[in-house]
Design a protein around this ligand. Structure first.
Ligand code: BG6
Length: 479
């Protein structure tokens, strides 16, 4: 089946002068355009507060476009052709007059009324509701009755807890129906994470072992060796649990631990994930540890403490690190700890899922080596994508010496001729094709908030002080 859709398309990126739009959305659109995966009649409209003309806007997005799919001399021409389809309108997010300006500009460039419209809300949470309302008031969003369609793409943070998320959902729901909304968690677009379903449900060897009979524990670890890179104002209101754990890490957990969906439809996959999320008990504070980075040194560079950032109050209690031990309360995973950790200002940038299997006891080789290593399945999400299974093997040579070694599916080596797409490329293409399997349903979002809302409220009510750890150093340990 062709991945390309053919109907005329307008993509509106609200918040077009921000980082997300410039560094992720437009480069992904260009990557799709370069591969001829966008409709022939396609236009993009950037909308934001900054005052710019089309040329200024084109220059601002051009610096992040890459020639990965059209290397060589053809790239410049491709970029010109892409940028010629990009237009910019400046205005106020909450003003329906500004949205009417946007509408008029769109109509001036569109070649037909029968045009599909995608609205990507790449805006700060504070203007989310006002923007949706003004888009609705200006009549830009067609009703949900088929063709041509209007769809809205939104990205976390979806609120700060269950109640504010519900509030946001209700406000968005006045403009976009649930079928029209595509909630992005960009981790679901990452290549290795998309492989989780294939790995689990198309191999005979993994699925029978992924349960409490064989698994000792599961770790999902996420780390960044960066500071806040200009995002401290946002981050301080949210913290690492809301920024990363409640969404990216829980999604990985759900895909790893859910039961096999009935089929590959979005409805079936989302149902399996929701069932799994609903069986995770909200953690008590004792199952959680939080940290905040202090000044430190990494790779010869000095880093200031989190609270030294001009956008962070000196007495901020916002965690930049958290670890939690979760339990999935169903027969399949009874007693298996799922340990999630996420932190900024750590020694490296790395995301791993590690499944540690129980030790093989009572086997004939115990006599040779009483400490047989546990098998471990490591799914390396980034960097250096790969899937590794550590096994016990005989070390070549005379006599029977055993050791643990890896069966190694390193993407860089095995798929060296493939380009690993950026997560946003696949996700945007799926929105155009109307495939919701990699997007978060309203029910899933609520289930994810239900897991962390009680602990988040308690941390705030009790003013729990995160434990300091030096930038690039060792974060606090779970009790
Ligand atoms: C975002 C978080 O969702 O993911 C950021 O808000 C984080 O804080 C980013 O840096 C990480 O994404 P990636 O794709 O670089 O791992």
């Amino acid at each position: 089946m062709s991945l390309k859709t053919s109907e005329p398309l307008s993509i509106v990126v609200v918040g077009a002068s921000g980082d997300l739009a410039r560094k992720k959305i437009f480069p992904a659109l260009f990557a799709l355009f370069s591969q001829d995966l966008l409709p022939d009649d396609f236009k993009a409209f950037g909308f934001a507060r900054s005052v710019m003309d089309d040329d200024g806007f084109r220059t601002s997005i051009m610096e992040h476009l890459t020639c990965r799919y059209v290397p060589g001399e053809d790239c410049a021409a491709k970029m010109d052709a892409f940028l010629a389809r990009c237009h910019y309108i400046s205005g106020d997010y909450s003003s329906s007059d500004s949205m009417l300006d946007l509408y008029q500009t769109m109509q001036a460039h569109e070649t037909t009324d029968m045009v599909n419209r995608l609205f990507y809300l790449a805006i700060p949470p504070s203007v989310f509701i006002a923007t949706a309302e003004s888009l609705g008031a200006a009549g830009l969003v067609a009703c949900d009755d088929g063709s041509p369609w209007s769809r809205g793409v939104v990205e976390k943070p979806f609120g700060r807890d269950r109640a504010s998320s519900d509030e946001l959902a209700a406000a968005l729901g006045l403009v976009f129906t649930e079928r029209q909304i595509f909630r992005i968690d960009h981790y679901l677009g990452k290549e290795v994470i998309q492989n989780l379903l294939v790995l689990r449900f198309s191999n005979a060897v993994f699925e029978p072992l992924l349960n409490c009979e064989h698994v000792a524990e599961v770790h999902i670890d996420w780390s960044e060796n960066l500071s806040l890179e200009g995002r401290a104002g946002y981050f301080d209101k949210y913290g690492i649990i809301r920024d990363v754990m409640q969404n990216h890490l829980l999604e990985m957990l759900a895909l790893l631990a859910m039961d096999q969906p009935q089929n590959l439809t979005a409805a079936a996959i989302r149902k399996s994930k929701v069932n799994l999320l609903k069986s995770i008990a909200p953690p008590e504070l004792e199952q959680l540890v939080t940290g905040q980075f202090s000044a430190g040194e990494l790779d010869g560079r000095e880093y200031a403490a989190y609270t030294a950032d001009k956008d962070v109050p000196d007495d901020s209690l916002t965690p930049t690190y958290a670890a939690v031990r979760l339990h999935v309360d169903n027969p399949r995973w009874k007693g298996v700890p799922f340990v999630l950790s996420a932190g900024k200002g750590l020694a490296s940038r790395c995301t791993n899922i590690r499944v540690r299997f129980k030790q093989k006891g009572g086997g004939i080789f115990e006599l040779h080596d009483s400490k047989l290593a546990n098998n471990e399945l490591v799914i390396r999400v980034q960097p250096d994508e790969g899937i590794h299974l550590s096994i016990v093997t005989k070390i070549p040579g005379l006599g029977m010496k055993l050791g643990a070694h890896d069966l190694d599916l390193s993407y860089g080596r095995v798929f060296k001729d493939s380009i690993i797409p950026d997560a946003y490329e696949g996700l945007l293409l799926d929105v155009l094709r109307g495939d919701r399997s990699l997007f978060i349903s309203g029910e899933e979002l609520s289930a994810a908030w239900d897991i962390f809302t009680p602990a988040l409220h308690q941390l705030e009510q009790k003013a729990v002080r995160p434990q300091p750890y030096p930038f690039g150093g060792i974060p606090p340990e779970l009790p």
